[in-house]
Design a protein around this ligand. Structure first.
Ligand SMILES: Nc1ncnc2c1ncn2[C@@H]1O[C@H](COP(=O)(O)OP(=O)(O)OP(=O)(O)O)[C@@H](O)[C@H]1O
Ligand SMILES: [Mg+2]
Length: 133
């Protein structure tokens, strides 16, 4: 049975190659509101590459991304974030030159009213998150 609702996220005929390797070859995925979806495949199947395209880390060779039925302009992770798309990578992706709070707020730093980094607020809220964990 086909779903009549508009997908929240629609990946249509996405392809990308690295040299001669067709990492993602004409992949289409529909994601509906409230769904929890797992993408399964063997090592090197192209799962991470497809997600990197959705999250703006890689530029697709062809295909479309639609959000709520509208073409989405996702050229980098910041664009993706505007659509509420963020990625947590399987590989370690922390900046080891800054502390846990700074990592937690990487790219979304809390600022004081003077526009400087609000380290006190970030540390306090990082502690709260750690406590919950
Ligand atoms: N930046 C890149 N440059 C060249 N080849 C790449 C690049 N990224 C991915 N590939 C190749 O694309 C293919 C798909 O890789 P991808 O990492 O997407 O697979 P995966 O399904 O996430 O695998 P795994 O289960 O191991 O995480 C592989 O052949 C990989 O070597
Ligand atoms: Mg992967």
């Amino acid at each position: 049975m086909t779903d009549q609702r508009t997908p929240l996220v629609e990946l249509k005929n996405i392809s990308i190659s690295f040299g001669g390797i067709h990492a993602v070859d004409n992949a289409s995925v529909d994601l509906y509101p409230g769904e929890v979806v797992a993408l399964l495949g063997h090592n090197g199947a192209g799962k991470s590459t497809l997600i990197k395209i959705l999250s703006g880390a890689y530029k697709r060779d062809s295909g479309d991304i639609l959000i709520n039925g509208e073409p989405a302009d996702i050229r980098n992770p910041r664009d993706a974030k505007k659509y509420g798309i963020e990625t947590i990578y399987q590989t370690l992706a922390v900046a080891d030159n800054v502390d846990a709070a700074a990592n937690l707020y990487l790219g979304r730093e809390l600022k004081t009213r003077w526009g400087t980094l609000d380290d006190v607020a970030m540390e306090a809220s990082a502690r709260e998150v750690m406590g919950r964990l």
